[in-house]
Design a protein around this ligand. Structure first.
Ligand SMILES: Cc1cc2nc3c(=O)[nH]c(=O)nc-3n(C[C@H](O)[C@H](O)[C@H](O)COP(=O)(O)O)c2cc1C
Length: 209
C-alpha cells in the first residue's frame, strides 16, 4: 500500500502582491478553479490598496469572505478548492516545506517582493511560502510587473533565476490575434502556468490549429 500523492493532485499556491494588474491574478484563479484545482491563496498587505486604487473595490481580509470575493471576481462560484490565508499568518500550512505542493506562482509580482525574495527574507506569509518553494527545489514562477526595470530589479531577478525561479514577465504577445484585454492577459497567464506544467487556459498557440 502506498500513501504517496501524485504530483498533479497537489495544491498550487497563488501569491498576489501589490503590483499593478490584479486582473492577472483574477484570470489565473478563474482557469485553475474551472479546472477543479486546489488553490492556496495569499495576497500581500499591499494588495488591499491596489484593489482599492485599480478597481475601487475593498478586498476583505477575513479568509472565508476573501474566498467569496476572489470567486466572485473570477466568476467561478463552485468548482475547485480555494483557501485564502491572511498575509501575516506565517504559521499557515504553506509556510512549511512539509506541506507538499506542485509549486507557487506570484502574479502579479512587485519589485518589492522580488527584492525581498532575492535577499532571502520571509517577512510575511507570501515571502515565506515562496522561500519554501525555493529551498525545497519546487517550482516558483514569478510574474513581475514593472517598467522600466532598474539595475537593482534586474540583478534581483537574475539572483532569483539563478536560485531556480522561473521569471515570466507580464509581457503579452500579439501573434494569437487578441481581441480583448482578457486575451492579452490570458496569454501571460497561460505562459506562466506552462512553467508549472498546468495547461488549462484555452490559448491559441503558435502554429497550432
Ligand atoms: C495602484 C498601485 C500600483 C502599483 N503598481 C506597482 C507595480 O506595477 N509594480 C511594483 O513593483 N510596485 C507597484 N506598486 C507599489 C507596491 O504596491 C509597493 O512597493 C508595495 O510595498 C509592494 O508590497 P508587496 O510586494 O508586499 O505587495 C503599486 C502601488 C499601488 C498603490
Amino acid at each position: 500500500m502506498t500513501n504517496s500523492v501524485s504530483v498533479p493532485d497537489r495544491p498550487l499556491i497563488v501569491g498576489v502582491t501589490g503590483a499593478s494588474g490584479l486582473i492577472y491574478a483574477v484570470r489565473t484563479l478563474k482557469y485553475l478553479l474551472e479546472a477543479d484545482r486546489a488553490i492556496e491563496l495569499v495576497a500581500s498587505k499591499s494588495t488591499y490598496m491596489v484593489w482599492q486604487s485599480e478597481q475601487n473595490t475593498r478586498m476583505p481580509s477575513e479568509p472565508s469572505l476573501q474566498e467569496e470575493f476572489w470567486r466572485e471576481q473570477a466568476g467561478v462560484p463552485a468548482t475547485g478548492k480555494l483557501r485564502c490565508h491572511p498575509w501575516q499568518d506565517v504559521g499557515a500550512n504553506i509556510a512549511s516545506g512539509s506541506f507538499r505542493t506542485q509549486g507557487m506562482m506570484i502574479i502579479p509580482c512587485s519589485m518589492s517582493t522580488i527584492g525581498k525574495l532575492a535577499a532571502g527574507l520571509s517577512s510575511d506569509l507570501l515571502e515565506r511560502a515562496a522561500d519554501v518553494q525555493l529551498k525545497e527545489g519546487r517550482k516558483l514562477v514569478l510574474v513581475p510587473r514593472e517598467t522600466p526595470f532598474s539595475l537593482i530589479h534586474l540583478r534581483n531577478l537574475t539572483a532569483l533565476a539563478e536560485a531556480g525561479a522561473r521569471i515570466v514577465p507580464a509581457i503579452p504577445a500579439w501573434y494569437h490575434n487578441p481581441q480583448t484585454i482578457e486575451d492579452l492577459v490570458d496569454f501571460v497567464v497561460a505562459r506562466a502556468l506552462d512553467q508549472l506544467g498546468v495547461d488549462c487556459v484555452p490559448l491559441k498557440r503558435w502554429k497550432e490549429e
